[in-house]
Design a protein around this ligand. Structure first.
Ligand SMILES: [Zn+2]
Length: 136
């Protein structure tokens, strides 16, 4: 089971399981000065929006999530913060559509946003698998 190794990594703050993410996701969502200095490696993402820790560098020696580097909500660009909830939450990280915008759109029964997203996805312009802070 692939999950067995991953579940060994627990968040130092909330104790929840960390999900593996690629360094390129961190490069996109961390503030620019941090992203520039970020070195390659293996990272875990804490999916709990209430937890202050967002990413942890997983050290290959220990393999149990002891971290030399931790990234918190404050280290993430405003628009990519997973702690944002309600209407301000981003549904599409590539184009910045929020839950509120999509709700309003749906309430007017025009569905312009889903259509616009679908159009951009078809055109190959969507990179949510990178831009979404969960890396998926
Ligand atoms: Zn956590």
């Amino acid at each position: 089971m692939a999950d067995a190794a991953e579940s060994m990594h627990a968040c130092a703050e909330c104790g929840g399981p960390l999900r593996p993410v690629q360094v390129k996701t961190l490069k996109h969502v961390l503030k620019y000065d941090l992203a520039r200095r970020l070195e390659d490696g293996t990272f875990g993402y804490c999916p709990d929006p209430d937890c202050d820790i967002v990413y942890v560098r997983i050290s290959p020696e220990s393999g149990v999530g002891t971290s030399d580097q931790v990234f918190r909500q404050d280290d993430i660009k405003d628009r990519a913060r997973p702690g944002v909830s309600g209407r301000e939450r981003y549904i599409c990280y590539c184009f910045g559509y929020t839950a509120g915008e999509i709700e309003d759109d749906a309430a007017q029964d025009v569905n312009a946003i889903p259509l616009a997203i679908a159009r951009d996805v078809r055109a190959g312009n969507c990179a949510c698998e990178v831009m979404n802070p969960s890396g998926h």
